[in-house]
Design a protein around this ligand. Structure first.
Ligand code: NAD
Ligand code: MG
Length: 406
């Protein structure tokens, strides 16, 4: 793919936390990046404001009603953005030949189809939507390779690992392909750091009574609600484990989770000569976004320089799999294979939504996921998008039934 002077970007999930951070980086580099399309779920007000500022060629809303509303409002303001809707709209702005780069920042399974389409269309794919990779791991990575896409990890840990890998692993159109060369390059382990979330020091009793308001109040990162709850249960780290497994083609037993409450080291790679390479920085998603946008170059991200004297102390702990069973379930899901990761992800999405609606308690999230994994047929085929989506629906049905009978 020829690199044009100005990169045309489709930003999926523009109104979210990653979407906003991405636009903040882009705004600093108008000479390099142009916003081609912006998408959102149903928040017409937010996307209208973004369209006023960015005047993209296209905007996509989840449903026709919101799309019609947005379209009318933009017309009265004489903004020429064309408004599309639904999955067809998303696919159109992902596959458009004018687009060079797709930022996949929709939350949850809802982002799978469009992220996969970006890989299939051979784009530079900035992947924030970790659930896509958790659900479709092998299919996604195969699609990237077969279609010469460039997969850039945006999740801060994976972006950090990427930065700590030898140059031989730089993702020339096929992500960080480690197979066979892993041993040669002396890589031993990946150390995935975790802040530990807002409940790191909570007792089992305190966890039992934890509220949504407490769960979404993350100590170091400002994120969407779903990923904030995932950080509180450590499911986020579990999903990231699965994400790392696929991205870096690493044996799951060679990936460790290290709780590091300061969130200054974003992850590490250990080598056979005893070296441990780490990437450090302030906890600000604009750093990995800027890296993924500009790689192999570096651009200003608007992030404050890291002051080690202010940080003063870096601490490390082992994760507690008893208090945070979601992490254990993720290790298990990888080892079980089949559609276990899809079921786990779907059950988690349903359970987190129920927790946010105060239908279930905090510790019920892990219980429901485990029960769903027990009930579901995990041997189902995951070789195609269709099969993956079937397994997702099957798991959601089970978890919803469990919640109804709770
Ligand atoms: P968010 O909730 O702030 O934003 C989600 C975006 O997706 C919004 O623009 C929303 O309109 C859109 N969306 C939601 N449901 C949709 C649907 N059904 N169809 C179409 N669009 C839909 O979430 P976020 O924190 O920005 O996270 C986005 C993704 O990035 C998640 O997968 C998350 O795990 C990942 N991620 C986030 C962070 C972070 O710091 N926020 C860090 C690493 C990875
Ligand atoms: Mg992360």
């Amino acid at each position: 793919m020829m690199q044009p002077e100005i990169m045309q970007i489709t930003l999926l999930g523009a109104t979210g936390s990653i979407g906003r951070s991405t636009l903040d980086v882009i705004t600093r580099h108008a000479n390099r990046y142009q916003v081609y399309a912006l998408t959102a779920n149903t928040n017409v007000d937010s996307l209208e404001k973004l369209c006023e500022v960015w005047k993209p060629r296209y905007a996509v809303m989840f449903d026709q009603l919101s799309a019609a509303q947005l379209s009318n409002r933009l017309k009265t303001k004489n903004i020429k953005t064309r408004v599309l809707s639904g999955e067809t709209g998303l696919l159109q702005v992902v596959e458009d030949t004018a687009v060079n780069c797709v930022v996949a920042a929709i939350v949850g399974a809802a982002g799978l189809v469009s992220a996969l389409a970006a890989a299939k269309a051979g784009k530079r794919v900035l992947l924030a939507n970790k659930e896509a990779l958790v659900m479709s791991g092998k299919l996604f990575m195969d699609t990237v390779r077969e279609n010469d896409a460039l997969l850039m990890p945006v999740d801060s840990e994976h972006n950090a690992i990427f930065q700590c890998l030898p140059d031989s692993f730089t993702p020339h159109h096929s992500s960080v392909k480690m197979t066979n060369t892993q041993a040669k390059s002396g890589i031993e382990r990946l150390l995935l750091t975790a802040s530990g979330g807002p409940f790191r020091t909570f007792s089992t009793d305190q966890l039992h009574d934890a509220t949504p308001a407490q769960a979404i109040n993350h100590p170091n990162w400002d994120m969407g609600k779903k990923i904030s709850v995932d950080s509180a249960t450590l499911m986020n780290k579990g999903l990231e484990l699965i994400e790392a497994y696929w991205l870096f083609d690493m044996d799951i037993d060679n990936i460790d989770v290290v709780v590091h409450p300061q969130s200054v080291i974003h992850s590490m790679v250990t080598y056979c000569d005893g070296s441990v390479l780490a990437q450090l920085g302030n906890p600000d998603m604009r750093t990995p976004i800027a890296h993924a946008l500009a790689w192999p170059q570096r651009i200003d991200a608007g992030v404050e320089p890291l002051s080690l004297f202010d940080v003063a102390k870096l601490e490390f702990e082992k994760p507690d799999l008893e208090r945070f069973p979601c992490l254990r379930l993720c290790y298990q899901a990888i080892k079980t294979g089949g559609c276990a990761s899809i079921v786990l992800n779907a059950a988690n999405e349903v359970a987190v939504a129920a927790f946010l609606e105060e239908k279930i308690g905090f510790t019920d999230i892990a219980t429901l996921i485990e029960k769903t994994l027990d009930k579901a047929d995990l041997s189902q085929d995951t070789g195609s998008l269709e099969k993956i989506l079937e397994a997702d629906v099957m798991a959601r049905t089970i978890t919803n039934e469990l919640i109804t009978n709770y």
